[in-house]
Design a protein around this ligand. Structure first.
Ligand code: TEU
Length: 595
């Protein structure tokens, strides 16, 4: 049966039809490839000293859990000295630890424990701006050399109604407070520019001294053993020197040619360090940009920029109402846009976005998004809590938050992690955590998901992380299928095994289908078993009846459900021959797409 299907299905392949992705020639795998990067927001992970705020020691105490997840790296959100006007993204000393989060000894101890567990540390590197409390800025205000030219200062356009008029119409980017991006400073008697909050003045990267400062900061942390950096707000690093206004789609402050050049220069610096010390330093950029502009962050093969720029497509394009065709296009367009030196990656969430259930309109979507993020080709980035299906806490009491944290539209996605069913979800022994815990912790928490009788988000997550490191996923090809309007599928395979990842993205039961009519090489006869079932499929009978449903043409797949099913890959000499021919054919297709 397998053979017959192969031959029939093969004829269905065309350059423009089904999409196939083939891993490039296997080279020596780098530590940041085909792994999972786990983002930790330190304030909200675990409080070790009972003051209500998460801390570095707390992360170290929970290393068994991080290790249990099977992730290869932790990306730590800013832990530097900071007045906390933007939760650590306003850095007042790039070489010091925020005393509220711990000490340098705590940091070094955390790093050591991570390394003992085979987990690398990626730091949040925030070059675009500093805090207005940074020594550089204070000196810049006073005009003290060489700091006088460390920031972007401009004269006023004169007074109007008793107020100084900013140099141009640029606004700060936070959409909860659209305001001028220029702040008047009476002492220096000039405006300074800030892309983000007024307490976050932008550094002047046209000044080589500033570039050198940043390189020295990278070296400082690499010397400590940090092996990766996430460049915060990369698109904003340079702005138009002539301060031209932004009209229509012309941005004078995002993704400037100078920005791409700087990323390459910083990469050159970390690569040189890596070469000298025989280590691999990973470099990624955060930037919301068009696909074309995002790709430019990779740089050239001969002069690379980021190892990969974060790919935010699963955040931007996948919504509750997205259908299979459009998801397929998103995935295929992305993968086929990559050249051989451009390594793919996926992101399922981060501290700036609503959490998965809110974005996708259902808690069971957590499994679907994790399937995509973890099983598509490339490296996966996961925001802490996505593995247990935490949701944003929209009704949180703003008055229970410090300063203006409650006013930040991103705070509902940053509430404390849910460890267990005890008070405050086991996050802190304090009466009151720094921001409120989502009451849903009662059923969404690590302890309950470990003990669940049926499938749980956490168990599914761990299974998929394990699968990710097996040959079908690290080297195997990927095929992408639109089964019907709402049902999307892809396969990953090697010579022995085929994994089918299938999901109903819809809000209602799907149209019936027989998956063997769409995908070659799989049938009830060569099915091995079910690896993952989304939580809402757990009660629907035994695994074999679920598998046979996929081939029945009379089953409606439940809304927002998904599964990962394994099949034996029956490869006869003839099919190997046909496959080889086909793969030559696809190489031609890919070459066409490349050019
Ligand atoms: O975000 C950069 C960025 O582009 C933001 O505008 C982002 O789009 C917004 O937060 C989404 O709602 C980075 C950090 O991820 C963010 O937390 C910081 O506040 C920001 O830089 C400033 O450092």
């Amino acid at each position: 049966m397998g053979f017959g299907l192969f031959v029939v299905a093969l004829t269905a392949f065309t350059c423009s039809g089904l999409a196939q992705w083939q891993a490039h020639e296997p080279q020596e795998k780098k530590w940041w490839q085909e792994t999972v990067i786990y983002e930790i927001y330190p304030q909200s992970f675990y409080d070790s000293d009972g003051d209500g705020l998460g801390d570095l020691k707390g992360i170290e105490e929970k290393m068994d859990y991080i290790s249990e997840l099977g992730v290869g790296a932790v990306w730590l959100n800013p832990m530097y000295a900071s007045p906390g006007k933007d939760n650590g993204y306003d850095v007042s000393d790039f070489r010091a630890i925020n005393p509220k989060l711990g000490t340098m000894e705590d940091f070094e101890s955390l790093l050591k424990t991570m390394k003992q567990n085979g987990i690398e540390m990626i730091l949040d590197f925030v070059p675009n701006h500093t805090s207005d409390q940074h020594e550089w800025f204070k000196k810049s205000v006073q005009g003290i050399e060489p700091y006088d030219d460390y920031y972007i200062w401009r004269n006023s356009k004169g007074r109007r109604n008793g107020r100084q008029r900013p140099p141009n119409s640029w606004q700060s980017v936070f959409d909860h407070s659209p305001e001028s991006a220029w702040e008047w400073n009476d002492e220096r008697y000039q405006f300074y520019y800030h892309a983000f909050r007024r307490e976050q003045p932008d550094l002047n990267f046209r000044n080589p001294l500033v570039v050198q400062e940043m390189k020295d900061i990278l070296t400082f942390w690499m010397d400590k053993g940090v092996r990766g950096f996430r460049v915060d707000a990369a698109p904003f690093i340079f702005e138009d020197d002539e301060l031209r206004d932004e009209t229509g789609r012309r941005y004078a402050r995002r993704n400037l040619p100078e920005t791409y050049e700087l990323v390459k220069e910083l990469r050159e610096h970390t690569d040189a360090y890596g070469l000298k010390n025989d280590v691999e330093i990973f470099f990624t950029t955060e930037g919301y940009a068009s696909p074309k502009k995002t790709l430019k962050y990779y740089g050239k093969e001969t002069r690379p920029g980021a190892h990969f720029p974060f790919n935010f497509l699963l955040l931007k394009k996948l919504k509750s109402e997205t259908n299979a065709k459009s998801l397929n296009e998103t995935i295929v367009d992305y993968l086929s846009s990559l050249k051989s030196h451009q390594y793919p990656n996926w992101v399922s969430g981060n501290h700036d976005w609503p959490r998965i259930p809110s974005r996708m309109g259902a808690s069971s979507s957590v499994d679907l998004l994790n399937m995509l993020n973890l099983l598509l080709p490339g490296t996966s980035t996961v925001y802490m809590g996505d593995e247990i299906g935490m949701d944003s806490y929209w009704n949180l009491d703003k008055n229970q938050c410090p300063d203006d944290v409650g006013e930040d539209y991103r705070t509902p996605g940053r509430t404390p992690f849910h460890w267990d069913t005890s008070r405050n979800a086991g996050f802190t022994t304090a009466q009151k955590p720094w921001i409120p815990v989502n009451p849903e912790y009662y059923y969404t928490n690590v302890q309950s998901e470990r003990q669940a009788r049926g499938p749980s988000h956490l168990r599914n997550f761990k299974t998929m992380v394990r699968l990710k490191s097996t040959p079908a996923f690290t080297q195997g090809e990927m095929n992408s299928y639109v089964i019907n309007k709402r049902v999307y599928a892809f396969t990953r395979k090697n010579r022995r095994i085929i994994y089918l990842i299938i999901m109903n993205l819809g809000k209602s039961f799907s149209e019936p289908f027989d998956v063997s009519e769409h995908i070659e090489g799989i049938g009830i006869n060569n099915a091995i078993g079910v690896k993952v079932l989304s939580v809402n499929l757990g009660e629907l009978g035994d695994k074999w009846s679920l598998i046979s449903n996929l081939f029945s043409n009379d089953w409606n797949m439940p809304p927002k459900s998904g599964m990962v099913v394994t099949f034996r890959n029956y490869m006869t000499a003839v099919t190997v021959l046909v496959m080889n021919r086909r793969s030559r054919y696809f190489k031609r297709c890919n070459a066409k797409t490349d050019s």
